[in-house]
Design a protein around this ligand. Structure first.
Ligand SMILES: NC(=O)c1ccc[n+]([C@@H]2O[C@H](COP(=O)([O-])OP(=O)(O)OC[C@H]3O[C@@H](n4cnc5c(N)ncnc54)[C@H](O)[C@@H]3O)[C@@H](O)[C@H]2O)c1
Length: 298
């Protein structure tokens, strides 16, 4: 775990937008060198230019590609000599979240698992052995999601990838403890954060396009989404919560308590061996967005 960030180096994937860009800004404000990795290089380069003064490096990286992430690690170590904070943060949501689990295309599954799960896997495989070998205090932040700890029929492709990220991140925490490495782990589980993630479909790489092509949301679903995200947590707030957890060496960093009833209900059903009852996630999203003030978070 690291307590003093100044002069240390952070590598952040998905740093061209949203939570990743906010993590990069916060890292720079803490006096860190920042390596900004994104498949959309121009976006990462724009954030890097804003951070300025030669301590920010943008690297075009496709986290779904192992070789691309290994190259990122090589460039980070070559340029700054150490990596003290790794944020495996890049993520996508395929369109058509109202679809049933059997209706997603193979491309949807490959893209979701490729970026959300394999992005984290490639990050761990390329960076963790080198961070352990360095023997320095360090920290790894994996961005999972509330979608990784709740369930139900909606957004199944994304949710399955995030459930897998939760499992891998818990194993990272336990494994590092077992080998006695001075490396802390934080699992960031955002609720609703006002970012560009629901436009990810518009940037889906050709390799993952199949069937009828991109599935864009209907106008009424887009309107509902816009309403939900208008008052959502800002990326800056999410980054501040992440950095607070990193500084305290805390594993769980949830941006909201609005989904706690669903987390509890799922665990209770499993322990009672009752059939799943799945709390209404949409109602909780409205609560997270501040649209349902009548019902306080549990
Ligand atoms: N916004 C939310 O409500 C929310 C909620 C829960 C979890 N999350 C998670 O937060 C993380 C950040 O998402 P965000 O909301 O900031 O979204 P965002 O779309 O604003 O940012 C994601 C970034 O990842 C990049 N990216 C996509 N595919 C990539 C690839 N193959 N390789 C490298 N970079 C790639 C995109 O170009 C983009 O810059 C994701 O893991 C997401 O699942 C977001």
């Amino acid at each position: 775990m690291i307590s003093d960030f100044s002069g240390k180096t952070a590598v952040i994937t998905g740093a061209g937008s949203g939570i990743g860009a906010a993590l990069a800004r916060r890292a720079a404000a803490e006096g860190m060198n920042v390596v900004l990795a994104d498949i959309r290089f121009e976006d990462a380069a724009m954030v890097a230019a804003e951070l300025g003064d030669g301590r920010a490096l943008a690297v075009k990286t496709d986290v779904s590609d192992a070789a691309s992430v290994t190259r990122l690690a090589d460039l980070a170590w070559d340029r700054f000599g150490s990596v003290d904070l790794l944020c495996n943060n890049a993520g996508i949501v395929p369109g058509g979240r109202h679809r049933k689990v059997w209706e997603y295309t193979l491309g949807d599954w490959q893209w979701s698992l490729g970026v959300n799960l394999y992005g984290v896997v490639h990050g761990m495989r390329a960076f963790v052995p080198r961070m352990i070998a360095a023997g320095r205090p360090a920290h790894i932040l994996n961005t999972a999601s509330v979608a990784g700890v709740v369930s139900g029929s909606g957004s199944a492709c994304y949710g399955a990838s995030k459930h897998a990220v939760v499992r891998a991140t818990e194993a990272l925490y336990a494994g590092l403890k077992e080998v006695g490495a001075p490396i802390g782990v934080t699992m960031l589980c955002p609720g609703l954060v006002a970012t560009g993630i629901f436009d990810a479909e518009r940037h889906r790489p050709a390799a993952f396009v199949d069937g009828d092509g991109p599935v864009l949301e209907s106008a009424d679903l887009e309107a509902m989404r816009d309403e939900l995200y208008r008052n959502a947590t800002t990326p800056g707030e999410a980054a501040d919560m992440a950095f607070a957890a990193i500084a305290e060496g805390r594993f769980y960093a949830f941006t909201t308590t609005a989904f706690d009833a669903a987390i509890r209900q799922r665990a209770d059903d499993i322990l009672a061996r009752t059939d799943p009852s799945f709390e209404d996630i949409l109602a909780m999203s409205r609560l997270d967005a501040g649209l349902d003030r009548g019902r306080g978070p549990s």
